[in-house]
Design a protein around this ligand. Structure first.
Ligand code: HEC
Length: 472
């Protein structure tokens, strides 16, 4: 009884006698009461000792010196890093502070960033080095402590991770654990086909080319148009000659010795499995769904390292959980690419587009938009068979340094006949601080001074319709 009465009296008297004090209290948020909960929920996954961000925001002492910078990065939307327009699509791990939190931070900094009462401080989140997916069935690791210098830029490195499973494995969960969290800015995982698979594919391609040359289009007796579409088959790999990176080879005078620590893209790199970027490193596929690592295949980590003033090493690893039985739904990846563009020197807002039409019902699990340092934005729009249009993903502030995999919270169901249009924008002007050379016409290539218009799409085919006899 008393417990109910006392707070009611306090509230009434505070309002009655001291409206001014109440207003002032609301106008001056404190770290302990108002700001720490926002940081714990939105910032400290990266802003903690040993992780990617340059400073910790876990305690008042850590955060106070950064107050001004925090106010400006939060106000202009640079932090927390998330580059998609929130009005389109819902994505796993989307980061957005919301207007109320932004205002709290701005007011806190404007009031001199007060600490507040110790008793108001909630418990800080606990970060563990344990696996968050539970005990993995297999942990696959880089085979070396990759050396990272104290300063300078490091081109992408490709590290081979042996798997060599003796049978196909279906993955239901994976978690990537960077060796040095401060240095790993992103990590993309690809399958690597064994030598015999690469050779068999090359042989098949040669045969197909010969068939085409010598009238092979009629080879099975039916005109091409009347033949049924072949079942979907996982492509083995990108065919890039040994020692090359894709794109046009550089003229000899521009070729640099990449040094002893260069790990080139290996022959036989096949489809992607997904990626790690700071603050998020786990995939848990819905019930009945999995990703296949075929027998004999290995993995490749594409590593984007950033230096942070101290020489270090990295040995990243991936933990995998296997399905007990073969999942009904297998995830695959494909790419939507336009490789035949030329971005004129100095162009500030050059657009490159491409479209694809789905010839069967498909479900899309995630998208990874990828351009290099001149890329500034992406936009994906679907046109459904009934003519309806829908923006699927918009990335108006694309940043090469943040390679996000946009995983739909509800996988996107794409009916056959839908067209997906992708547009990418590039800034090849001197005004783009990341532009290595504004005087060049830029074309496709693997190197960051060249460009790409590349979207990796993880998808699955919906199960065929069940007959009424199969339904319960
Ligand atoms: C996904 C990881 C991540 C999250 C989440 C994140 N940050 Fe950052 N933050 C970084 C990284 C990395 C940098 C270094 C600059 C860069 O790479 O963009 C940075 C830089 C900053 C800076 C600039 C520091 C300077 O040098 O002046 C501020 C301020 C900042 N973050 C505040 C925040 C706040 C506040 C939040 C939460 C609302 C937040 N960040 C969430 C990764 C993150």
């Amino acid at each position: 009884m008393r417990k109910l009465v006392v707070p009611a009296l306090v509230v009434v008297s505070a309002l009655y006698f001291a409206p001014h004090a109440v207003a002032q209290q609301a106008a001056a948020p404190t770290f302990n009461k108002d700001v720490a909960p926002i940081f714990f929920a939105n910032c400290t996954s990266c802003h903690r000792p040993g992780d990617i961000a340059p400073m910790s925001l876990l305690t008042y002492k850590d955060a106070r010196p950064w107050a001004k910078s925090i106010a400006s990065k939060v106000a202009d939307g640079t932090m927390p890093p998330w580059h998609a327009d929130p009005q389109y699509g819902k994505f796993v791990g989307a980061r957005a502070l919301g207007a109320a939190n932004k205002e709290t931070i701005a007011k806190w900094v404007a009031a001199g960033a007060p600490e507040g009462k110790a008793s108001d401080l909630p418990a800080a989140p606990v970060y563990t080095d344990e696996w968050n997916i539970g005990t993995p069935d297999a942990v696959l690791s880089m085979q070396e402590d990759y050396p990272i210098p104290a300063t300078g830029e490091i081109p992408y490195q490709y590290l081979v991770i042996p798997a060599n499973f003796e049978e196909d494995r279906f993955i239901t969960d994976w978690e990537i654990r960077p060796g040095d969290r401060r240095a790993v800015h992103h990590l993309l995982v690809y399958l690597l086909a064994p030598k015999e698979v690469v050779e068999a594919q090359m042989k098949r391609q040669t045969q197909m080319a010969l068939q085409r040359m010598f009238g092979g289009a009629q080879a099975n007796g039916a005109p091409a148009a009347s033949r049924p579409a072949p079942p979907f088959e996982m492509a083995c790999c990108f065919q890039i000659p040994d020692g090359e990176e894709g794109g046009r080879p550089l003229p000899p005078e521009q070729r640099k010795d990449p040094g002893p620590n260069y790990r080139a893209r290996p022959q036989g790199m096949a489809q992607g499995m997904g990626g790690f970027s700071p603050g998020g490193s786990i995939r848990h596929f819905p019930e009945g769904m999995g990703m296949r690592i075929p027998k004999g295949y290995s993995l490749v980590f594409q590593m984007h390292y950033t230096t942070y003033g101290k020489a270090t090493t990295d040995r990243s690893k991936i933990g995998l959980k296997f399905a007990r039985t073969t999942p009904k739904t297998i995830l695959n990846t494909m790419a939507l690419i336009n490789a035949s563009f030329a971005i004129p020197p100095g162009a500030q807002n050059h657009m490159v587009e491409n479209t694809m039409t789905f010839n069967r019902d498909t479900v899309i699990y995630s998208l990874i938009p990828h351009t290099h340092v001149r890329g500034t934005g992406w936009h994906y729009e679907a046109t459904y068979p009934d003519g309806r249009k829908e923006v699927i993903l918009s990335v108006p502030k694309y940043d090469f340094n943040w390679q996000h995999e946009y995983v739909f919270t509800q996988p996107w169901k794409v009916p056959a006949g839908t067209t997906l249009q992708a547009k990418a924008w590039y800034d090849n002007s001197a005004g783009n601080k990341s532009n290595p050379d504004a005087t060049r016409t830029v074309t496709w290539g693997d190197q960051t001074w060249e460009e790409m218009m590349y979207t990796s799409i993880t998808f699955y085919m919906p199960p065929p319709p069940t007959t009424s006899a199969q339904q319960q």
